[in-house]
Design a protein around this ligand. Structure first.
Ligand SMILES: N[C@@H](CCC(=O)N[C@@H](CS)C(=O)NCC(=O)O)C(=O)O
Length: 202
């Protein structure tokens, strides 16, 4: 399998964390990609018209995206239980949805400050994105104390989202006002799968 990859992408990281947890990491060849909303990486666009990463090319040549589909596929391939069944399924899926929505907002906020020319920036819009992150963190704070030792699509997504905040938005100092989340992330962030996939400069 080949995975279009950037070590800075929290969505790619979710796939890699899942692969490590499932014992599949060795079977994935990482293909460096420079996904960018304007200067689109043509090699990625050829496989994923959206030009976004992650995109996975399976051993039979099929192309899978986005991160949720890839994690689900890897879980199936590895016979894992990262996608819970029964009642736990809906909570895990909704957690994944919340974390991914926070990441979408954080990545857009990052693009706004790192990519958009200064004269075109719109501070209200930026603040709106950061408010999504803030209200998501509040919800996570009420959930984190119930996570226990869960490792699934929901907790993986939350872990990678928090890792991205540490990487790109350290100034938010989210730990100070979210102690339950901080305590949980001390444990989750120390898992081998998370350590092995940490962004290099984080
Ligand atoms: N919903 C997608 C989001 C992926 C995404 O936004 N990836 C970013 C990199 S972190 C990207 O490819 N950005 C390039 C673009 O927006 O065109 C997923 O879960 O995989």
């Amino acid at each position: 399998m080949k995975l279009f990859h950037s070590a800075n992408s929290p969505f790619v990281r979710q796939c890699l964390v899942a692969a490590h947890e499932l014992g599949l990491a060795e079977r994935i060849e990482l293909v460096p990609a420079a996904a960018h909303p304007i200067n689109r990486d043509r090699a990625v666009v050829e496989k994923n018209p959206l030009g976004k990463i992650p995109a996975l090319i399976t051993d039979d040549g099929s192309v899978l995206h986005d991160s949720r589909v890839i994690v689900d596929f890897l879980n199936d391939l590895g016979g894992g239980d990262l996608v819970p069944v029964g009642d736990a399924r809906w909570s895990a899926l909704t957690g994944q949805s919340l974390a991914d929505g926070m990441l979408d907002a954080a990545v857009l906020a990052r693009y706004e400050t790192a990519l958009r020319p200064e004269a075109l920036r719109w501070n209200d819009w930026l603040q709106g994105q950061l408010e999504k992150v803030a209200s998501g963190l509040l919800e996570l704070e009420s959930r984190a104390m119930h996570f226990g030792d869960r490792v699934d699509i929901g907790t993986i997504a939350f872990g990678c989202m928090l890792g991205y905040l540490d990487f790109r938005f350290a100034q938010l100092e989210w730990r100070e006002s979210h102690p339950n989340t901080a305590a949980w992330f001390t444990w989750f962030g120390g898992r081998d799968s998370m350590v092995a996939t940490k962004a290099p400069s984080a």
